[in-house]
Design a binder for this molecule. Structure first.
Ligand code: DUT
Length: 231
């Protein structure tokens, strides 16, 4: 297996990547841009009707909050011939700010479509990405011969709904933080109530203790005292 050099990419990619731009060939790889759709996993109090894909205008940016998961789609349609395989990744400058690629890393022989990246913002700050930004890289490599079992399923042209449903079920970091806050509030309320009930109970107990001592205990003590021999 050999990886395609920049020269090979320049000669093969115009028929494999749509739209193709020779400037996006960088050191034996091709840079892919963020497309028009993005899906960010919902924050805990996001109403259901707002849990939807964001359609970005040209160059529009969007923020992926810390601890949130997102699906990004490429703007390019990518083809991989049957005698090749491709590898994909997020560019280092994005990774170094905490954006982690949690999805796969290869494109099958015979694939044709856009690529979807599942990412996670593991950094401490909002992560801004913009439509048209060169966020991903792809490398092509030759197989020893054309694959006899290439991919024949249609590739992605948008972020599918079944993918969107899954991250909302995941306990993302902000969701867990909210649950922890709610729990703390409940415990605080419970402690205040408990202290109140305890104070009332002590008051009631004290108000009953004096008459009981006066009526029952004191006469007994007096009796004991008077029955004791005096030396
Ligand atoms: O991060 C990734 C990884 C792969 N792909 C594309 C290219 C790949 O050829 C295709 C299928 O990938 P894979 O076979 O790893 O996924 P799968 O979950 O097995 O999908 P399927 O059941 O459709 O084969 O999806 C992406 O868009 N993003």
């Amino acid at each position: 297996m050999s990886f395609w050099s920049s020269q090979t990419l320049r000669s093969h990619l115009p028929s494999l990547i749509e739209p193709f731009n020779a400037d996006q060939i960088q050191s034996a790889s091709y840079e892919l841009c963020l497309g028009e759709e993005i899906y960010i996993s919902a924050l805990p109090d996001t109403p259901l009707r707002e849990r939807k894909k964001i359609i970005l205008k040209e160059k529009e940016t969007v923020a992926i909050p810390p601890g949130q998961f997102a699906f990004l789609i490429t703007s390019e349609i990518i083809k991989v011939p049957n005698n090749a395989l491709a590898f994909i990744s997020i560019k280092f400058k994005f990774k170094s700010s905490g954006l982690i690629n949690v999805s796969g890393f290869h494109v099958d022989p015979g694939y044709s479509g856009k690529l979807i990246f599942a990412v996670y913002n593991a950094g401490p700050l909002n992560f801004h990405v913009g439509r048209g930004e060169r966020v991903f890289s792809i490398w092509y490599a030759d197989l020893d011969k054309a694959d006899e079992n290439p991919r024949n399923k249609i590739g992605y042209d948008s972020i599918p709904t079944d993918l969107i449903n899954s991250p909302d079920l995941v306990s993302s970091l902000p969701y867990l933080v909210k649950r922890l806050d709610d729990m703390e509030k409940k415990i605080e309320n419970y402690s205040v109530k408990q202290a109140f009930v305890f104070a009332i109970a002590i008051g009631v107990l004290l108000s009953f203790t004096k008459p009981i001592v006066d009526i029952f205990i004191q006469p007994l003590l007096n009796m004991l005292k008077s029955s004791l021999p005096i030396y």
